[in-house]
Design a protein around this ligand. Structure first.
Ligand code: NAD
Length: 500
């Protein structure tokens, strides 16, 4: 392993180079120890304006947006290679401000970031236009063009994996962009932006601003020269951004929160369903929009299933995220850890049994004493109408609900304001067929854990979002159709002013 030293100061990256950084500084912490590992220079509205102006200039200069597709593919593949060549460094930087295990970061997040570039390189090699020649004497073609300057706003729970998806898609279709990561997790993305430039991304095409949402993010969203906004984050933030985008008639996609149901029927493959229930809630330290945080189990198997789940959850190895044996690292910030643990008190107060966890773990090594750790938590709720079963906790907090019939399972699964993902476990085909039809969510994963297929649309129903990401969905979002009509033989316009 190469040692990885985070930069002392993370600044914006505008027009192909890092900027000096203004006076407003924010500390960046290592969640496993609570130690400060870096500092962020927050971009104010003036710096955001410079970033958008750089992106606008790069878009106005036709070189980038008219780059031949095959040249763009070569560039995107060079980005893919650069990420893989620096996978260890990127994973370490990500770990230092996120606390997800190095192993999970290397194997899932950074690998996915590289794949995002390869995917869009391949995708743009296969896109087609449209031709309409049914009208006599005319041929109409529809071509797709980049929209312009994209604002790409990412959350802290999977900074590189999620932001790279937006960057790869925006660039693949010829847009320029300004990326704003979460202020908590700027490290790996700042390095990624440098690496992408070294791989050949032209100056001004990809710009980075860092800072808090209400400061840097709000300035970016409100900037009149931003043409489209891709946002991943919390539902309330999404509402604010979409209201602002609506006022300015800017297209946007919103990938928001979730409270996904993981439905386990008695007809499920029991062992696989158990493994997957644990994975769906405890991977990424429990901080996933798509986590299966409400586990709905058919009553006939529920006592055994909950007991087995508890046994396994209690044995999860909590600890140093740099250690490959660790299964659950710290939460991303102290405030977030307190919020997650606080839900155990909320649960008890609303009559929910908390069978495991609901506290910081004891017996951590001294070196991790200042870290933001929370135990895996398991609760069993009598019904679905509690805060614990309705609100996104975004931590290693599993809540069980029992059900007696198919109808009850579907009613409970659909009974939240969210609709991102549903997990469905049954080996009985008619149940699977019915449930995939009846579940109100953008994604249904049948007999599997998280399996994000980039070719297919990903996104949520209801409060989980608006719009989709994925191959075709990104083509629709990051390009505009242009309709060009030409006569196939010279046409004869009506001759005004000649009296004929
Ligand atoms: P958040 O909404 O607090 O912040 C997300 C990003 O928006 C950050 O970069 C933040 O600085 C910025 N921001 C905040 N306020 C802003 C404003 N007024 N204007 C512009 N930008 C602003 O979310 P978070 O806490 O970073 O992330 C966790 C949330 O993200 C969870 O709700 C989770 O479910 C959701 N999420 C959704 C998906 C998905 O694909 N649906 C994926 C990952 C995370």
């Amino acid at each position: 392993m190469t040692p990885c030293i985070p930069p002392e100061l993370v600044t914006s990256f505008i027009g192909g180079a890092p900027v000096k950084g203004g006076p407003q500084r924010l500390a960046v912490y290592y969640p496993a120890t609570g130690a400060q590992v870096s500092e962020l220079a927050e971009a104010d509205a003036a710096e955001v304006d410079r970033a958008v102006a750089a992106a606008r200039r790069a878009f106005a200069d036709r070189t980038w947006r008219l780059m031949p597709t095959e040249a763009r593919q070569t560039l995107l593949l060079a980005c893919h290679d650069a990420i893989l060549a620096h996978a260890d460094e990127l994973a370490r930087l990500e770990c230092l401000n996120l606390g997800v295990s190095l192993r999970e970061l290397r194997e899932r997040h950074i690998a996915r970031a590289a794949y995002n570039f390869r995917f869009f390189a391949e995708f743009i090699g296969q896109t087609r236009g449209e031709v309409y020649d049914q009208a006599a004497g005319y041929r109409t073609i529809v071509v797709r063009e980049p929209v312009g300057v994209a604002a790409l706003i990412a959350p802290w729970n999977a900074p590189t994996a999620l932001a790279s998806m937006k960057i790869a898609a925006a660039l693949a279709f010829g847009n320029t962009c300004v990326v704003k990561p979460s202020e908590q997790t700027p490290l790996a993305l700042a390095r990624l932006v440098e690496l992408l430039h070294l791989a050949g991304v032209p100056a001004g095409v990809l710009n980075l601003v860092n800072g808090r949402g209400p400061v840097t993010g709000a300035a970016l969203v409100a900037h009149p020269d931003v043409d489209l906004i891709s946002f991943t984050g919390g539902t309330e933030t999404g509402r604010q951004i979409m209201a602002e985008a609506g006022r300015r008639l800017k297209p946007c996609t919103m990938e928001l929160g979730g409270k996904s149901a993981n439905i386990v029927f008695a007809s499920a493959d029991y062992d696989r369903a158990l493994d997957a229930a644990l994975t769906s809630i405890y991977s990424n330290n429990g901080q996933q929009c798509l986590s299966g945080s409400r586990i709905l189990v058919e009553r006939s198997i529920s006592d055994r299933f909950i007991a087995d789940f508890l046994d396994r959850a209690a044995r999860i190895r909590i600890g140093d995220p740099m250690d490959d044996a660790t299964e659950l690292g710290p939460l991303a910030s102290g405030a977030h850890r307190d919020r997650v643990i606080g839900y155990a008190d909320i649960a008890r107060a609303e009559g929910i049994e908390v069978l495991l966890g609901g506290a910081a773990p004891a017996n951590l090594p001294d070196a991790l004493a200042g870290g933001y750790f929370a135990q895996p938590t398991v609760a069993v709720a009598p019904d679905n109408a509690r805060r614990t079963t309705q609100e996104e906790i975004f931590g290693p907090f599993a809540t069980f609900l029992r059900f007696d019939s198919y109808e009850e399972a579907i009613e409970k699964a659909n009974g939240t304001a969210f609709g991102l993902v549903s997990y469905l476990w049954s080996d009985y085909l008619p149940t699977v067929e019915r449930a995939t039809r009846d579940l109100r969510s953008g994604v249904v994963w049948v007999n599997t854990t998280m399996t994000r297929e980039l070719r297919a649309p990903f996104g949520g129903y209801k409060d989980s979002g608006v719009g989709r990401e994925g191959g075709e969905a990104c083509l629709q979002f990051y390009t505009e159709p242009k309709t060009v009509t030409t006569p196939s033989t010279p046409m004869s316009p009506r001759r005004f002013g000649l009296g004929t």
